[in-house]
Ligand binder design. Structure first.
Ligand SMILES: [Zn+2]
Length: 351
């Protein structure tokens, strides 16, 4: 069904699919996004699940689909409002960015434009982002924005959440990811998470896997069960549908991460570290070689920490990313037998 707006209150309990008109397109028709609504039998908050704000980060799409298959309206207290593809233009072109059409042209990162206001040089992407904010984001009481670091290749899934926002932090923790990246959203502009938090909507970013243009089934499964555990922990489902054995029994809290790049050199990277390794500062992480397989230079870790992302594509122009490392600040221990309680403690860190 095609609609101009979503009237969630008027919908009966159950599952609904819509094409939502966002704004006029170059043919005088409408640019639309797909919307899924699961309305519970009991009243409660609107929980937003958004995916593919970056059009080539696809893991959130099956996560949403499987959550909709798993939760029955009888079990749900509230409404799930999901948009499996937020960035229609990027998705249809297999691209991270939103491609403006008509005379504006050029590519824009939607996740820098989600302030919901129009300012500066207004291009189509800003109108599109504002329409998404007005018609979707503002209807939600909570949001999980599903991404995947779509340019590295392989990475640990993690959630980004504001450490000073107790509800957003609880949402992140309840998903029991291997890592939570602690951030401060009041200082950030334009991404869906920070703009959501500023609007009073607790919002977290779930980075699911690291391969663009792919479904990473193991990461999809973990994210699905993590979200199901969060739904129960937050009081949105009556029973816990998560299999706690499939998600982490502890979560490491990290801050920023350090990228190791090829700097001013280009070539082929022969990597000597893998995802999850713990590296010391100055440790050898790989070799940069030319196409005749002759060494150009040895690559060393800039900072100590755990390897949370590695590039799968060895071909590097100057400035190309090789690995990202981060040192955990503390650990959160989860009760593997129960869905709700977790305790946070300061660990000694690694390295
Ligand atoms: Zn993304």
């Amino acid at each position: 069904m095609i609609v101009d707006s979503l009237d969630l209150k008027a919908l009966p309990p159950g599952r609904h699919h819509f094409w939502l008109n966002l704004l006029p397109n170059v043919m005088g028709g409408r640019t639309q996004v797909p919307v899924m609504v699961l309305k519970g039998k009991e009243r409660g908050p609107v929980i937003g699940l958004t995916s593919a704000v970056h059009g080539n980060e696809l893991n959130g799409i099956p996560v949403i689909g499987e959550i909709f298959d798993k939760i029955q309206p009888e079990n749900l207290k509230g409404t799930i409002l999901a948009v499996p593809v937020m960035n229609i233009r990027g998705f249809m072109q297999n691209h991270r960015m939103f491609e403006n059409q008509g005379t504006t042209q050029g590519k824009a990162d939607l996740n820098r434009l989600m302030s919901g206001s129009l300012k500066g040089e207004v291009e189509e992407a800003e109108f599109y982002a504002k329409a998404l904010t007005d018609k979707i984001v503002k209807q939600c009481d909570y949001i999980f924005d599903l991404h995947g670091l779509g340019f590295m290749g392989k990475m640990k899934s993690y959630i980004i959440a504001d450490g000073k926002h107790p509800i957003a932090w609880k949402m992140a923790q309840a998903c029991r990811p291997e890592y939570i990246c602690e951030t401060s959203d009041m200082q950030r502009i334009g991404n869906l998470r920070s703009e959501g938090v500023k609007m009073g909507i607790p919002t977290v970013t779930f980075e699911i896997g690291g391969s663009p243009h792919a479904f990473e089934y193991k990461e999809i499964e973990k994210a699905k069960h993590g979200l199901l555990n969060a739904f129960f922990t937050m009081g949105w489902t009556k029973t816990n549908l998560a299999d706690l054995k499939l998600i982490s029994s502890k979560t490491k809290v990290i801050g920023s991460y350090a990228g190791n790049h090829t700097h001013n050199d280009g070539g082929l990277v022969e990597l000597k570290t893998k995802l999850g390794d713990v590296v010391a500062k100055g440790q050898l992480i790989g070799h940069l070689r030319d196409v005749f397989w002759q060494p150009i230079k040895t690559l060393y870790a800039k900072e100590p920490g755990e390897v949370i992302a590695v590039a799968s594509n060895p071909v590097k122009a100057p400035g190309g990313g090789v690995i990202y490392v981060s040192e955990p600040k503390r650990e959160i221990a989860h009760d593997i037998n129960h869905g709700a309680n977790s305790s946070e403690r300061v660990s000694g860190g690694v390295g």
